[in-house]
Write a protein that binds this ligand. Structure first.
Ligand code: CTP
Ligand code: MG
Length: 215
């Protein structure tokens, strides 16, 4: 059974700002992308790790991760995933991961791959802690709602079909696309370490999570 991890890293990190796209910014002494790449490469359940990078980012990749296997992504996350899937050869299971979530554990990968024994896809989720309110002031009950993280794991065939057929609005994750085809997506226990780095202050928060002292 062949399992491939695809890390999408073709964004520009607009909300983060700064001189480099955030996935190449130093996080606890190492480019952010290198953290998840190292963890997924070391995971015994994963056979290959592939990166989708932005156009013109090859020199950045070369210095962050010399020798990494990569392809060039597109203008949206969905397009980057689609181009990545096209670039990797046949597999049985594909994990899609955001470079913006640096700290991936083997435990989360294990939960996801176990869930694929009975489901078409699996995503890690955490409960919603805050009270939710709509723009019109209506309270939104949070019971039954979850925050979705990556990596997300899928059976190869349904993920390829979901990306080949997509004609809806821009989705924010791949699970949504697989569900649109009628695929089953299991929810597994997420991990606070997988929190996404989006805004400038998130770098220091991520460093604190690994006990790195920000200077
Ligand atoms: N991504 C990608 N291709 C794109 C857009 C995003 O591969 N065209 C990737 C990002 O590199 C990131 C992940 O998708 O690892 C999640 O996206 P996000 O956190 O939104 O990153 P950016 O799009 O880079 O940030 P921003 O939206 O602030 O510009
Ligand atoms: Mg984005």
């Amino acid at each position: 059974m062949k399992t491939v991890a695809l890390i999408v890293a073709a964004g520009t990190g607009e909300r983060m700002g700064g001189s480099l796209p955030k996935q190449y910014a130093l996080l606890a002494g190492r480019p952010m992308l290198a953290w998840s790449h190292a963890a997924l490469s070391a995971d015994p359940a994963i056979d290959e790790v592939f990166v989708v990078i932005g156009e013109g980012h090859q020199a950045l990749l070369d210095s962050a991760l010399p020798g990494a296997r990569f392809t060039i992504g597109g203008a949206t996350r969905r397009q980057s995933v689609a181009l990545g899937i096209r670039a990797i050869g046949a597999a049985d299971r594909i994990l899609i991961h955001d470079a913006a979530r640096p700290f991936v554990s083997e435990q989360v990968v294990d939960h996801l791959l176990s869930a694929l024994e009975t489901a078409d896809g699996a995503v890690p989720v955490l409960p919603v802690a805050d009270t939710l309110v709509a723009a019109d002031g209506t309270n939104v009950p949070r019971a039954g709602l979850s925050r979705v993280q990556t990596p997300q794991a899928f059976r190869d065939e349904i993920l390829r079909r979901a990306h080949a057929d997509w004609s809806g609005d821009e989705p924010t994750d791949d699970a949504q696309m697989v569900r649109a085809l009628g695929g089953s997506v299991a929810l597994v226990q997420g991990d606070p370490m997988l929190e996404k780095v989006t805004w400038a202050g998130d770098i220091a928060a991520a460093e604190a999570r690994v006990g790195w002292e920000t200077r």
